[in-house]
Design a protein around this ligand. Structure first.
Ligand code: FAD
Length: 465
């Protein structure tokens, strides 16, 4: 076990997470007289809102996931550390992280926790095997392989029922992610792939968007109906009031509002419903007495700190406060607010007592040239909303290079019919399930432990991935 380095005896700020909350907090502290350590379990900052475009072959993973180290390299007071945080000790004021068996303890004077949220299957984790979620680059690349692979297998199949099953795509969850994902699969099938196959007609693919809720995009109010209409226009079947009761390799079982159960044969299922906050929230709740809700979100005080711990700030998707939504702006503004509070406290100034979220609006794309946007009382749909979506997303993509290549890829897909990123490797498609089958033994083998897997020495005995 090693101890995280500190320099110069300045106050130590530890940030957990390199997502929207963590990264924007770190950037806000760039000129502060503190030593910042940013610990995250990935080496990149992930722009989650565009994951669906990686999954459907429009963008490459690099465009939405620049290296955190590169983004922060000119920030002299900041050190970026790879590691999964397993423990936060509020009494000892330490954060413990691990990577490949190497454990590091990071002492802190101020802590910002921005570990975000993962997928929730509402207690049915077994669904994950057959209906991957979309929370990480791994998820998006696995989905890309599954989506493009389904067309390939359909081309080989001879039984009409089998072809139908392979060409049926079910997206669970009619929130922004589900709507965007379903829209892009439909466009992929009807605009991009329609001339690429000999035997099958990809444009006949069935895309189903289903949700237990009674409306599409519930937070968008009347715009939800407009989105619903547009989804139907591009050939997507929207099934509402439909609750998923089972998922397996060959299909999905849903229960309708009248209690009737039915099965939809479908090779590709995508889970875009429900989130569960990082388990670090529960740890913080147990130690501070702050309540944690069913989705794992911790009740923070109005200044985003924990009760009795003004030095611990929690931001973004992990928090429960005034029914704030789990969106990027809540995390960005929360991260900046926490950084400002730290700087004020260290300078002996009073800190702002309350975090005020400034709602800059929300938007979702449906297909090319069509989106819905809600900004204050303004409600927009169609091409204008789509242009706004384009500009806003481009502004928040980190890095000039990524912006340029993203625009080029958007031109290929939205002005043309192509998709520049159709590659998916076997490892991307099968890796997650293979690793799950190996279980904890794989961790042991990765770190040079006993070769219980019977892997060759150069695989089982290596010291790093
Ligand atoms: C598919 C998808 C589409 C979305 N679309 C939109 C959209 O259009 N508009 C919008 O506003 N919002 C959207 N969101 C929501 C938005 O992305 C989140 O609200 C935002 O990312 C939350 O920021 P965060 O910093 O709290 O968490 P995240 O951005 O999730 O960052 C969490 C960070 O913590 C790290 N981490 C987690 N656990 C640990 C650990 N134990 N140890 C170390 N590091 C850890 C992660 O690696 C990551 O770096 C979308 C989300 C998804 C998944």
């Amino acid at each position: 076990m090693s101890t995280g380095q500190t320099t110069g005896g300045r106050p130590r700020v530890v940030i957990v997470g390199s997502g929207f909350g963590g990264l924007f907090a770190a950037q806000r502290l760039r000129k502060a007289p503190v030593d910042v350590t940013l610990v995250a379990k990935t080496t990149h900052h992930l722009f989650q809102p565009l994951l669906y475009q990686v999954a459907t072959g429009i963008l490459s993973q690099g465009e939405i996931a620049p290296a955190t180290r590169e983004i922060l390299r000119d920030q002299e007071n900041t050190r970026v550390v790879l590691g999964e945080v397993s423990d936060i000790d509020l009494a000892a004021r330490t954060v413990t992280s691990t990577v490949l068996g190497r454990t590091t303890v990071h002492p802190y004077d101020e802590l910002i926790v921005a570990a975000g949220a993962g997928q929730s299957y509402f207690g049915n984790d077994r669904f994950a095997e057959f209906a991957p979620g979309m929370k990480s680059i791994d998820d998006a690349l696995e989905l890309r392989g599954r989506i493009f692979g389904a067309f390939e297998l359909a081309e080989l199949a001879t039984d009409p029922a089998e072809i139908d099953r392979l060409l049926t795509f079910v997206v669970v969850g009619a929130g922004p992610t589900g709507v965007e994902m379903a829209g892009q699969i439909a466009e992929l099938a009807r605009r991009t792939l329609h001339r690429d196959f000999t035997t099958i007609d990809p444009s006949s693919a069935r895309v189903i968007l289903l949700d237990a809720a009674p409306q599409v995009l519930p937070p968008f109010g009347p715009l939800g109906q407009k989105a619903h209409k547009r989804l139907n226009e591009i050939g997507i079947e929207v099934q509402l009031g439909a609750m998923v009761t089972d998922v397996d390799a060959d299909g999905i079982v849903v229960k309708d509002g009248d209690g009737h159960q039915r099965r939809i044969p479908a090779a590709t299922k995508i889970w875009a419903a429900g989130v569960q906050a990082s388990p670090l929230g529960k740890q913080l709740g147990d130690q501070s007495g702050a309540a944690v809700d069913r989705a794992g979100r911790i009740s923070v005080q109005s200044d985003l700190t924990l009760p009795g711990h003004p030095e611990v700030h929690v931001v973004g998707d992990m928090i429960s406060l005034n029914r704030l939504p789990g969106v990027a702006q809540v995390a960005i503004q929360g991260g900046r607010f926490a950084a400002d509070a730290i700087m004020a406290r260290l300078a002996g100034r009073s800190t702002a007592p309350e975090f005020h979220y400034r709602d800059k609006g929300s938007m979702a794309t449906i297909s090319r040239f069509s989106a819905v946007a809600q900004i204050g009382k303004l409600r927009l749909s169609g091409f204008i909303a789509w242009m706004m979506w384009l500009v806003v997303h481009l502004a928040y993509i980190v890095g000039f290079r990524s912006r340029v290549t993203t625009v080029l890829h958007w031109m290929v897909s939205f002005l043309g019919r192509g998709r520049s990123e159709r590659v998916a490797t076997q490892q991307q498609v099968y890796g997650r399930l293979a690793l799950e089958k190996l279980g904890p033994d794989f961790e042991v083998s990765k770190t040079g432990g006993p070769g219980r897997l019977g892997l060759p020495a150069d695989v089982g005995g290596r010291k790093s991935a």
